[in-house]
Design a protein around this ligand. Sequence first.
Ligand SMILES: *Cc1c(COP(=O)(O)O)cnc(C)c1O
Length: 380
Amino acid sequence: MRFDTRLIHDRQPPDPLTGAVNVPIYLSSTFRQSAPNRNQGYVYSRSGNPTRAVLESAIGALESGAGGLAFSSGLGALATLLSAYPTGSRIVSVDDLYGGTWRLFEHHRRQFGLRVDYVDMTDETGLRSALREPTDLVYAESPTNPLLRLVDLRAVSALAHRVRTKLAVDNTFATPALQRPLELGADIVLHSTTKYLGGHSDIVGGALAFRSPKDLERFAWLQNAIGAVPSPFDCFLVLRGLRTLGVRMRAHGESARAVAEALEGHPKVRAVHYPGLSTHPQHALAARQMSGFGGMVSVDLAGGRKSALRFLRQLKVFTLAESLGGVESLVDHPATMTHASVPRAEREAHGVTEGLVRLSCGIEDPADLADDVRAALRGT
Ligand SMILES: *Cc1c(COP(=O)(O)O)cnc(C)c1O
C-alpha cells in the first residue's frame, strides 16, 4: 500500500471487540489478572496501554522500522534515549540543533560525564575526523532547526556504520510523509509528536522508532523503567493527526513555498532558508532525500534584531508562539525564544543571528500567508 493509505490503515484495524473504526481511548491505569502474572497482554499503563500500543506500532511501521515507542514529549523520548549512554560515552552531534536537545546534551555532559562533540554535518570532512575517536552514537536533525540545513542521511549513516556506530535522526521537521531515515540507513528515529504528527497544537508528545528489534526491546525496558509515557488520550490525538499527515504536509509545503518566494530577493531580507528554493545550497540533496520540502522557512532580516521584532509585531495571520507543525501559522524569534538556552556566541557562530525569524507555515490559504509576510516587511 502507498503511504497515504498506510497512514490511515497500517496497524490501525477497527477495534476487534466492537468494530469501532477509531481506536478506543483506554483510560485505565491497571488491568485485571486472572491469576498472578496471568493477563491479557496488559498489566499497568506505564508498561503498556492498548491505545498507546496502536500508536506505537503505527509510528514504527510508518518509519519503516521494527517498532516504535511513544513518550510524554520529544525531550522525554530524548532523555530515555540518552539514559542508554553511560558516563564516558561519546556522542557526535550535528551542530544546528533544537535548543532543548542541546540543553539536555549539555546537562548530561556536566551531570553524567557524557562526551558530546558538535560538528557541521553539511561537510563530510568534519564528521570523518570526529569519527576517528571512539564514538557511541551519531545524532542528526535534518532539516535542522532553525536554519533548515540538511544532513545527507545516507552518507552519514554509512560513515557511522563504518566505525560500528549507530545513527539517530530527529525527523520532527520532515515527518515520515517526506523522509524516512531508517530507509536511508539510520538506526533510530526521534519525533516530537507535538509538532506535525499531532498537527493541531493540542498535545505534547514524543516517539522513537527503531530499525532493530533488539533496540526496540531495550528501549521498551527503559521506557517502562523511566516512565516518561503519554496519556491514552494524547495517544488518540496523535493517531488522529497521523491520518491527515499526508494531506497536511502537502498543504504545509505549498504554504512554505509561497512564503519563501515572497521573502526571497526582498531588499530587507539578507537570506531565506528553505530547502525547496533552488538557491538553497543543498536543494539537490533535499530533492533526492525528501519527497517534499516541508512547512518551515527561516528568514534573516537585514536590519537585525530591531527589524525582526518589528516584523513579528506586523504579522497578522502568523501568531507569535513557540512550537511548530500545527494547522495554524506560527512565528518564532529563535534568539530570544526557542534557542535562548543556547549562549549568544554559540548561537551566532552557527548562524542563528538576532535578525533570524522562523516561520511555521500552516495550512491557511498560501496567498494570505504570502500577503502577510509582504505587508509585515513593508512595515519593518
Ligand atoms: C519541539 C522539538 C523537540 C522537543 O520536543 P517536545 O515535544 O517539545 O519535548 C525536539 N526536536 C525538534 C526538532 C523539535 O522541534
